[in-house]
Each structure stands twice: as structure tokens, then as C-alpha cells.
Write a protein that binds this ligand. Structure first.
Ligand SMILES: [Fe+2]
Length: 297
């Protein structure tokens, strides 16, 4: 056979394999665990030099945590092969293996508002299961949720958009604020400069878009932050094409902060890859993720 034809066939097969993998990866949910320790807030400007990428389980951090939270984000229910039943299964296993103090949804119920009912149904299944287990279910809005009316009521979670609750450690009488900032949407974004809770206890901030941290007053920076939004890139492309060309307004990806565990000027940050697919029904090298977040106060 002609060498050119062979090369062409190999090339076509590789492209086909790539497309098949893009379509298959959204089905592969990764259940992982991250430990966020307490570290001293340093203040100052956030830059590449002050961002530290950390492993999910840092050395010497094993031991009983103060809080165990189940965090999932970005279901984008138009195309979310990871069903609510599978999320509930992950919650059940996490609860059986050490208990959970809260289940938290990190925002982005849908990509397009006309599909809201599908997203509400998904989250209602999760909320019913949390109620059955006796675990509180909290949530915040994502940038795609900004014009959904009564989304928390329709989804069955307690909204922490500009609200806060106090959580008590499972091993001492230490307490922490769990609070959230709302997401103002895709255009003309409005950023919160302060949080609604006090500073007399450690603060765990829920912010759909991690860039929220860059806009907070230094004095309002939290000890811990949980976010989503970037989908881990969703489709990892060479030269970070997705962030350098397709979505250029996001600031943290330019500092290498896209997914995983970071310490940013003393704030311990976890950014989830999320569960569903935004815009395109593909994922590549960025599998869906649901995470047990263990927090040390
Ligand atoms: Fe999203």
C-alpha cells in the first residue's frame, strides 16, 4: 500500500480515537479527596510567585479533620452523563467512610436558562438524598445561573449567596463560617469586595468563579475557598489555547490556577473540574470530579 495512504489512515484513526475519547470522558466520574490545612494569611498582591500548587493530600496532613464536606460543581445539566444517582452514590460512600458535615453545590446548574427544569430535577434528587441522610445541602450561584428565578428553592439547596452559616468542628468546639458570594453572570460582572460574615472565626468561602478571590479586599480574604467554573479546561488543548484564546477574561488561569489544590497568599483553595459539560458535550484530560474536602480549622 502506498506509504502516504498508510500515514493518512493512521492519522485518521488517531483523530477518530481522539473524538471518541472526548465523547467518552464525560462519563468517567473521579471521586477524590483533598485536605485543606490552615495556614497564615499573608495579604499582599496575588501573583505567580505567591501561588503554590499543592498535592491533594499534602505530606503530614493525615489525621482527623475538623470538617468533611462533599463538593461538586458545574453540572450543566444539558449534557451531564454523571447522573444525580451517581452523585448520590458518591455521597453515600463518603458518608459511610467517615461521615459528612455538608454537601455543597458550587454553581452552574445549566448552560442555557431554558433548560432550568432539567437542572432543578437533578439537584432535587441530590437534595432529597441529603435529607434522607440528615446532611445539610448548601449551594451558590454560577455565572450561567444569574437569571434563573428561585433556583435554590426549585433545586432544594440552601443558598449561601451573600449568606453565612456557622459550622462546628467534629473534634473540638472550634467553629467556622461557611459563606458564599453570588455570581453576577457572564457580562458586566460585579465582584464582591467584602463578605457578609465576621472575621472572628475561620472563613470557608464558596465562590463559583475563583477570580472572586482577586477582587476581595485583602482584609476579607478567607482561610479556605472552594470553587469551580474553569471545568479544568474541559478540553485541555496545547498552549492553554482554551484560556489564552477562547476565554481570555479569566485571570487565574494566566497564573496557572485552573484546577486542584493551591495555597494563594495563605488562603487554601480547592478548584473542582466540575461534573457536566458546558457548551460542547466533550471533555478531554479533564474528567468529571466530585470531591470530599477535609478541612483543618
Ligand atoms: Fe460552568
Amino acid at each position: 500500500m502506498d506509504t502516504f495512504l498508510v500515514v493518512l489512515m493512521i492519522f485518521a484513526a488517531l483523530i477518530l480515537l481522539y473524538i471518541l475519547w472526548c465523547l467518552a470522558e464525560p462519563f468517567f466520574l473521579v471521586n477524590d479527596r483533598v485536605i485543606l490545612k490552615r495556614s497564615e494569611l499573608k495579604g499582599g498582591d496575588i501573583s505567580k510567585e505567591t501561588v503554590k500548587k499543592l498535592p491533594f493530600i499534602p505530606q503530614g496532613s493525615e489525621g482527623a479533620p475538623d470538617l468533611r464536606l462533599f463538593f461538586f460543581s458545574d453540572i450543566h445539566s444539558e449534557w451531564c452523563p454523571v447522573t444525580a444517582k451517581r452523585i448520590n452514590n458518591s455521597i453515600r460512600k463518603a458518608h459511610e467512610n467517615g461521615g459528612l458535615d455538608a454537601v455543597i453545590f458550587g454553581g452552574d446548574i445549566i448552560t442555557y436558562p431554558e433548560n432550568a427544569a432539567k437542572g432543578y430535577k437533578y439537584l432535587k434528587e441530590v437534595s432529597a438524598f441529603c435529607r434522607f441522610l440528615g446532611i445539610p445541602f448548601y449551594g451558590i450561584s454560577g455565572n450561567h445561573d444569574y437569571n434563573l428565578e428561585n433556583a435554590p428553592e426549585n433545586s432544594g439547596f440552601i443558598s449561601l449567596d451573600s449568606e453565612s452559616v456557622t459550622l462546628t468542628s467534629r473534634k473540638s468546639d472550634a467553629k467556622a463560617y461557611l459563606t458564599g458570594v453570588p455570581d453576577s453572570g457572564k457580562l458586566n460582572r460585579v465582584w464582591q469586595e467584602n463578605l457578609v460574615c465576621g472575621t472572628d472565626k475561620p472563613v470557608i468561602l464558596l465562590a463559583h468563579d475563583p477570580d472572586a478571590l482577586l477582587h476581595l479586599n485583602t482584609s476579607a480574604r478567607p482561610q479556605h475557598m472552594l470553587s469551580g467554573h474553569f471545568h479544568g479546561g474541559q478540553m485541555k488543548l496545547p498552549f492553554r489555547f482554551e484560556f489564552n484564546v477562547l476565554r481570555t477574561t479569566d485571570k487565574f488561569p494566566k497564573l496557572g490556577v485552573i484546577q486542584g489544590h493551591f495555597n494563594i497568599n495563605g488562603t487554601e483553595v480547592f478548584i473542582s473540574r466540575g461534573v457536566g459539560c458546558g457548551i460542547l458535550p466533550f471533555r478531554i484530560f479533564s474528567a468529571p470530579e466530585a470531591t470530599v474536602v477535609e478541612i483543618c480549622l
